[in-house]
Ligand binder design. Sequence first.
Ligand code: HEC
Length: 177
Amino acid sequence: MRFDVTTLLACALAGAFLTGCDGRPPEPPASGPADPVEALNRLDPRRPVPLLPAMAWHQKQNMQQHLVAVEAITHALAHEDWDGVTAAARTIGTTPDMQRTCRRMGAGAEGFTDLALEFHQRADAVAEAAATRDAGAVLRATSVMLRTCTACHATYRQDVVDAATWGARTGMTPPGH
Ligand code: HEC
């Protein structure tokens, strides 16, 4: 390309660092991937939990409900409403349905399902503590339960994948296949 005065002036005006003088968009910086999701995954050192999009959304909804349950537990505890504590803790307690969901969610991430099942057992313990009507015991059980929330969040992150990838990484048959 021939550089004449007009080209140089145009480059200066456009800011040669924003668009190359040949009009092509600039190359992404060599330090990171162009795909922003890939860039995020490189920053986030936690273990990926492969999930189909619908599973990832389901998990997020479950998680939001978990936090609502914690809110309800602490609210009821503050009012010494022991039945309220029990009812709130039971919404995140162990059920066959919950166990099935945890096994499926954690199928591609070692240790995830065990931690998830442990979490639900600790929620059961909060409900049991409420039966003693001892605020200190309920608080201690709640704190032990919350430690599983934070341990899991520190260790795992969602990794949203397509059906073929999910099947390969979990050894399970994707839904509808
Ligand atoms: C066995 C693992 C595990 C346990 C236990 C767990 N979580 Fe999560 N939670 C996750 C994962 C994985 C994510 C997604 C994190 C990511 O990809 O950044 C998440 C995300 C969340 C989010 C964000 C939801 C959204 O809409 O994006 C909230 C809120 C949350 N968890 C609350 C809780 C609370 C409260 C508890 C305990 C009472 C809890 N979680 C227990 C694994 C867990």
